[in-house]
Write a protein that binds this ligand. Structure first.
Ligand SMILES: Cc1cc2nc3c(=O)[nH]c(=O)nc-3n(C[C@H](O)[C@H](O)[C@H](O)COP(=O)(O)OP(=O)(O)OC[C@H]3O[C@@H](n4cnc5c(N)ncnc54)[C@H](O)[C@@H]3O)c2cc1C
Length: 386
């Protein structure tokens, strides 16, 4: 059965998130973009709404939502400001592996307090020399009695300067590549952790992005998530679930760009008529609308598969790649429809274009998404032919 109707609960959630986005996020989005400042008060309000802990089961104080529910919610937040949305979202990226792979004791110790009081988490995979190829990471974790001694520098860490804990991926043996990688839950109050200054970015400027140095940090061995050698699998499994949530951010950005461009096209007069009456502009709007709709459907399918417990690596990569490229095209066309005015800070469309760009880069680049899709496609074809 295929149905596109949201449930009553999903519609209520959508409405609540839309109101939050309109009343709390949108009014401060331009200012935080301009100043590159992190909106702690918005974060606190979002946490109170349960937007930081949508996937955490209710028994630990979370919302107990599914991935699709969360995508419905996230589109609304991202339509207000993608930088603010991503700051909210990254906690889910760090919490999800604990929900999925944590012991009961770890869930009690980390999920419960996170839900009950305002907290922020970060996901630390990338390094200066390690981006698309995380198996080559250089951060080390050496077991020393009851502790792992953690050493290395993580790069591009969203919420890096504000996190209460970091989910850190490190290697126990550089020779073992991905098989040597473990994941550790690292409270930020431990000695030896130094976040860098906020990185001055092109877009998503409300989000806080920093390096984080870990120098001889003593991480209790009971903070190891899953077994040794399992860290890489966990990092990748988390991305399959969270990629649709980032992809849907692209849908949110593009939806806002389309709304703004449509309104502008109806008002702006050239050659004696609103530019919306020129067919070339109509075709641009039509392409924006159809691509936006297609992206949302890919996202919903990838999210739905995740909720069914079905492996969705290919579909999540398709959703992420398509939606990110779509948002880049749609926001660029929105600037085009605004003409010269679109190329200024007078209107929000240039911000949307800058915010869209990085979605083609983080959470797996546009090229890596295509590698994931192609790899699975070739495996499937082999199975079909044999
Ligand atoms: C704003 C921002 C926030 C981020 N937040 C986080 C975070 O919270 N946590 C975290 O761990 N990381 C984070 N990242 C890092 C992000 O995930 C990486 O930037 C991304 O994985 C790409 O890595 P890279 O920048 O090192 O690029 P590289 O891997 O060096 O890639 C450079 C170019 O080469 C291409 N390329 C590389 N390998 C191949 C290949 N095999 N085939 C084809 N093309 C290839 C890439 O597609 C890209 O175009 C963030 C990055 C940014 C910019």
């Amino acid at each position: 059965m295929i149905g596109f109707e949201l449930t009553l609960e999903q519609k209520t959630l959508q409405e609540r998130a839309r109101r939050f986005s309109k009343e709390v996020i949108l009014p401060v989005a331009a200012q935080h973009d301009r100043d590159g400042t992190f909106p702690v008060d918005v974060m606190e309000k979002a946490h109170q709404q349960g937007f930081f802990t949508p996937l955490v089961p209710k028994k630990y104080g979370g919302e107990g939502l599914g991935v699709l529910d969360n995508c419905v919610l996230s589109e609304e937040l991202a339509a207000g400001c993608m930088g603010i949305y991503v700051s909210i979202f990254v906690s889910t990226l760090a919490l999800y592996p604990i929900i999925r792979f944590g012991t009961e004791e770890q869930k009690e110790r980390f999920l419960k307090p996170f839900c009950s009081k305002f907290s922020i988490a970060s996901y630390c995979l990338s390094e200066v020399t390690v981006g698309s190829d995380p198996a080559s990471m250089q951060t080390t974790a050496v077991l020393d009695g009851d502790y792992y001694l953690l050493n290395g520098t993580k790069m591009w860490i969203t919420n890096g300067g504000y996190a209460d804990f970091y989910l850190v991926f490190a290697t126990t043996d550089l020779q073992k590549k991905h098989k040597g990688i473990i994941s550790l839950i690292v409270p930020s109050k431990l000695e030896g952790i130094v976040p860098g200054e906020p990185i001055d970015k092109m877009g998503q400027r409300a989000s806080n992005t920093t390096s984080v140095v870990f120098k001889n940090v003593k991480v209790p061995k009971e903070n190891l998530l899953g077994g040794e050698g399992e860290g890489f699998k966990k990092a990748m499994a988390a991305l399959d679930i969270t990629r649709p949530m980032i992809a849907v951010g692209s849908v949110g950005i593009a939806r806002r760009a389309l709304e703004l461009a449509t309104q502008y096209a109806k008002k702006r007069i050239q050659f004696g008529v609103p530019i919306a009456q020129h067919q070339a502009v109509q075709f641009m709007l039509a392409d924006m609308a159809k691509d936006l709709e297609a992206a949302r459907l890919l996202v919903w399918k990838a999210a739905w598969l995740a909720d069914q417990g079905v492996r969705n690596s290919k579909e999540a990569a398709m959703a992420k790649a398509f939606a990110a490229d779509m948002a880049m095209r749609v926001t660029t066309d929105a600037v085009q429809i605004y003409g010269g005015a679109g190329y200024t800070k007078w209107h929000p469309v240039e911000k949307l274009m800058r915010d869209a760009k990085v979605i083609q880069i983080y959470e797996g680049t546009a090229q890596i998404m295509r590698l994931v899709i192609a790899r699975q496609l070739l495996q499937e074809t082999e199975r079909t032919l044999s």
